[in-house]
Design a protein around this ligand. Structure first.
Ligand code: WT7
Length: 669
């Protein structure tokens, strides 16, 4: 295949630079066809694309039958008031029943649902029958605390079994949950409690992180001193670490005291397909967090189908492990609702990948015989940095499918993942989706797609995605633009909690009748989609639009670079100048010639226009808790400004480290 020749620069994004970079990345025409045995026995074959194309709504109606409905839906999509969708609107079901009870009724009560692995090494395997009892008891306890259908419950827990149980208990009684990531501060928690007007909070004394107990309850106590949180009646507290907690009589209740004494049977009530299931806040770059609202029937249909299709899950034999936190949408959809609705056996791990050693994840894969692993590029790059010898010490031969999510995965990391974790045989599926989309939207299928390192490639069956230019015209193959979704999908967000107008403005106003995802993307000559990062991560250099992702990807393809973050800093001559922050691989020395060597490397791969003006080797990069690089802060550094808000950083000392390296004179051309 070729990427040469003329390029249509419709947007400015699909310019020569980007195409040359793709050509370079694909120089070796690396394609990985599915392993024959996987393809022969795949859950979903190429025929699904045809079927969905011929009758998209019929296809989703068929997928809805994966679930057990109390009342079968007769209508599939009501799009009479776009963009406010109703899916399967006249159907009724209970999500917890679908994720737990029906498996027990089908004779699978003894199957392990969750292999819990605490960070200190304590373990607990919970069967579907045990999960049913615990979810039932928790549902009774919430009812005893006065939680009614429609009341919001905030969940602020570590990665322990109670997090999953609490979410399912809420779903069981029709009380929408709002899970707040346990790493967030009291401030962030308070804002989310206020916005959702939560009535009950489920938390723990603390959880284990990096070998130490890390408290959670004090943040709840502090959040509840803020105005706007007065409607919180009860705080349900799980005892996890045994650390001291302050106690507010009449408000605080120990989980074990109220849950354990409840009846073990609970009759699930069926709710409308459009009943709210959960609110999950995404921070975005500006303004107050957006409460993304997901509902019941469409959401569960799509997460169940995509989990079955994208990971090729065989519930009787697979052990699935998604390393995300339940506080992110990945945890909601691919730890809780997708896998459990499919009757999967999965791993739930509390801690960090390098506690107590850098092989912890691989030790867990070996211990439980994990067959499907779903993680994020940032984690893969951290493992690359730690060295190939670490995973090599463990038996990873059980793995048969590997997944990636959260940001563009650079081809280098993709190849490393396949080679060092997947024995150079497992398919790697790069899955593109968002909190807003609820489930996976663009991804290879492991038994069907010949994969290309770095590309999410194709919309799943039943999903309509494309790349358009400024005028909403679909771009030609080989060109870049904006990623849009052109048809409603079952697990789409229904609105922003309490703010329909903001829902319209944020997602549906840039292009008529199209959902604009905020991401830049391009189509290659085969029409496959490559994600290029958020459009606000595009730099303007001497009239050329250059994607930060592509420059980062080029830097990381140099053998001395482990990670890279690129920003555009205001520049009097070129509008923006490319500034790169790089983490070197273990053995690489930070000598005189290194910066020049890296600049030359990028110039050769992407063209002289993409050559970074400055390159700063650093020890760490500033990241949010979900692993996204905070370019805003790096831009502050690059432009010699005082730092903006650092409160959502995983580690705020990172910025001090980076700043202490300044000033380093910009290199001259
Ligand atoms: C944004 C959504 C989806 C769950 C985790 C993140 C980026 C996500 C990919 C991918 C390139 C990706 C996009 C998207 N993103 N997956 N495979 N390739 N970019 O959920 O926090 O809502 O973030 O993450 O920019 O818009 P989120």
């Amino acid at each position: 295949m070729s990427y040469g020749g003329d390029t249509t620069d419709t947007l400015g994004m699909g310019d020569v630079v980007s195409n040359e970079s793709l050509a370079n990345l694909l120089r070796e025409e690396r394609r990985f066809t599915p392993p024959a045995d996987l393809a022969a026995d795949a859950n979903v074959t190429a025929e699904a694309y045809e079927r969905a194309k011929a009758d998209r709504l019929g296809f989703w109606a068929e997928q809805a039958r994966r679930l057990t409905w109390a009342t079968e839906p007769t209508e599939t999509l009501d799009w009479s008031n776009p963009p406010f969708a109703k899916w399967f609107a006249d159907g009724k079901l209970n999500v917890a029943y679908n994720c737990v009870d029906r498996h027990v009724e089908n004779g699978l009560g003894d199957r392990v649902a969750l292999h819990f692995e605490g960070e200190p090494g304590d373990t607990r395997s919970l069967t579907y029958a045990e999960l049913q009892r615990e979810v039932s008891q928790a549902a009774h306890a919430l009812t005893e605390l006065g939680v009614q259908t429609g009341d919001r419950v905030a969940i602020y827990l570590p990665m322990i079994t109670e997090a999953v149980i609490a979410m399912l208990a809420c779903a069981r009684i029709g009380a929408p949950h709002s899970v707040v990531f346990g790493g967030f501060s009291a401030d962030a928690l308070a804002t989310r409690i206020q916005d959702a007007d939560a009535r009950v909070i489920i938390t723990a004394d603390g959880g284990y992180r990096r070998g130490k107990p890390s408290a959670l309850k004090p943040a709840v106590d502090e959040a509840l001193t803020r105005p706007g949180t007065e409607n919180v009646r009860s705080v349900l507290v799980v005892r996890r670490t045994g650390q001291e907690v302050a106690w507010t009589e009449g408000r605080d209740v120990w989980w074990h005291e109220i849950v354990d004494r409840q009846p073990e049977q609970h009759t699930p009530e069926a709710f409308d397909a459009e009943h709210p299931l959960f609110i999950l806040y995404t921070s975005g770059t500006t303004g107050k967090p957006k409460g993304i609202l997901h509902t019941t029937g469409g959401y569960l249909t799509q997460v169940s189908y995509t989990h079955h299709a994208v990971f090729d899950l065989k519930p009787e034999s697979d052990v699935f492990w998604c390393t995300a936190d339940v506080g992110w949408v990945t945890g909601h959809s691919y730890i809780v609702y997708g896998p459990l609705s499919n009757g999967a056996t999965e791993v739930l791990y509390e801690g960090t990948p390098d506690t107590p050693h850098q092989g912890r994840w691989w030790e867990i894969v070996q211990k439980y015989g994990v067959t499907i692993l779903y993680t994020a590029p940032t984690a893969i790059r951290a493992c690359m940095k730690w060295g190939d010898d670490i995973p090599a010490k463990f038996d990873l031969s059980s793995l048969r499918v590997l997944g990636s999510v959260g940001e563009p995965i650079n081809p280098e990391a993709w190849i490393w993942y396949r080679k060092n974790i997947g024995a150079d045989t497992t398919p790697v599926v790069d899955t593109w989706w968002q909190t807003e989309t609820g489930g996976i939207m663009i991804s290879p299928l492991p038994g069907v797609t010949a994969t290309k390192p770095g590309s999410a490639q194709v919309a799943l069956p039943g999903i309509a995605a494309t790349v358009v230019d400024d005028e909403a015209n679909e771009v030609a193959n080989g060109a870049g633009g904006y990623l849009v979704l052109t048809e409603p999908w079952p697990s789409m967000l229904r609105t922003i909690w309490g703010d329909d107008q903001r829902y319209l403005d944020t997602y549906w106003s840039r292009f008529e009748n199209r959902y604009f995802a905020g991401d830049g993307a391009k189509k290659d000559d085969d029409g496959d989609i490559w994600l290029l990062g958020r459009v606000d991560d595009v730099m303007l250099v001497s009239g050329h639009n250059i994607s930060t992702t592509e420059v980062e990807s080029s830097l990381v393809s140099h053998p001395k670079v482990a990670e890279a973050a690129v920003v555009g800093a205001t520049d009097p001559q070129t509008t923006q100048a490319i500034c790169a922050f790089v983490i070197l691989r273990g053995s690489a020395a930070e000598d005189e010639g290194l910066v020049e060597e890296l600049r030359a490397h990028v110039a050769k791969q992407l063209g002289p226009i993409a050559k970074p003006k400055r390159i700063m080797p650093v020890a760490e990069l500033p990241k949010t808790r979900s692993g996204k690089i905070m370019r805003r802060l790096l831009r502050d550094v690059a432009e010699n400004r005082a730092l903006g808000d650092v409160t959502t950083l995983t580690d705020s000392s990172v910025m001090e480290l980076i700043q202490s390296k300044l000033p380093s004179a910009p290199s001259e051309d």
